[in-house]
Design a protein around this ligand. Structure first.
Ligand code: BTN
Length: 258
């Protein structure tokens, strides 16, 4: 893989105008955050063939074998710091649309930031923001897509049970450059829509892919395990969980279907 091939035919205004390609790095998010702190422009992409210390949400590890897509993109949105969480929906909607429209997969979004195929995780998203008071200096969005590898052959057994890959679902390898190009283009389109029209159209479309709405769920939130019906996502991105006669709002957590 080389940068020229990744950039070839990329139809974007700003996303991917600068691409940093690395064969191996600890974490593309770490690298992108460093670039952002030195002033790198919005749309700068860091992509690696493999990560030695890929990071997931809640301090988890993101195992990053060859064949996966590991990228981070720098955003500098003029939004309030509390709104940065909405960028996770922007990213997961973009991924869901690409997997659905280009690869015809029946994808689902799971609050807050997973993309699944047939109930198994195919992509994880890690958003990290640097803020100054009310303002966002930058947000780095990291995407890990299980692409060209077989989960059974590559991932530890316990992960292989809950994860899938494009190769597993399609029965073939995909053209990596095509996946990259489609993702970067869709990310830009959805991000500009968010900046122009706000969160409502993003959330509306995101909910069409949401597999868990109206279902009985368990949400691990800190040390607590909460049970209820996932009735909706609020306009600020939080989950509304109905428990008996009352509803609670959760800003983060780990959701699983009961
Ligand atoms: C999750 O599901 O917990 C989020 C996983 C995010 C993984 C991606 S891979 C590229 C970027 N670099 C990282 O270290 N993490 C994200």
């Amino acid at each position: 893989m080389d940068v020229d091939r990744l950039q070839e035919g990329l139809c974007t205004k700003r996303f991917g105008k600068r691409i940093v390609f690395l064969q191996e790095i600890d974490s593309t998010n770490n690298y992108a955050k460093k670039l952002a702190s030195y002033g790198a422009e919005e749309g700068t992409v860091v992509i690696a063939e493999t990560q030695t210390a890929g990071r997931g949400r809640l301090g988890r590890e993101w195992i990053s074998p060859m064949g996966g897509l590991y990228l981070s993109i720098i955003l500098r949105p003029k939004i309030r710091a509390v709104e940065a969480v909405k960028l996770v929906f922007v990213a997961s909607l973009a991924v869901a649309k690409v997997l659905n429209e280009i690869y015809r997969l029946s994808v689902e979004t799971k609050w807050p930031n997973d993309v699944l195929v047939k109930g198994k995780k195919v992509c994880g998203i890690l958003a990290e923001s640097n803020t100054a008071g009310e303002k966002v200096n930058y947000t780095v969005i990291g995407l890990g897509v299980n692409a060209n590898f077989s989960v059974e052959k590559t991932l530890p057994k316990e992960l292989a049970e809950t994860a899938t890959s494009l190769e597993n679902e399609l029965g073939r390898k995909i053209l990596f450059e095509e996946l990259f190009r489609e993702l970067i283009e869709k990310l830009e389109t959805v991000y500009y829509l968010f900046l122009k029209e706000g969160f409502a159209p993003i959330l509306d479309e995101w909910k069409k892919y949401a597999c868990f709405l109206g279902q009985k769920v368990e949400v691990a939130s800190g040390a607590e395990k909460l049970h209820g019906i996932a009735v909706d996502i609020d306009s600020d991105g939080s989950l509304i969980l109905k428990q008996n006669d009352s509803s609670i709002k959760l800003v983060s957590g780990d959701l699983s279907l009961n």
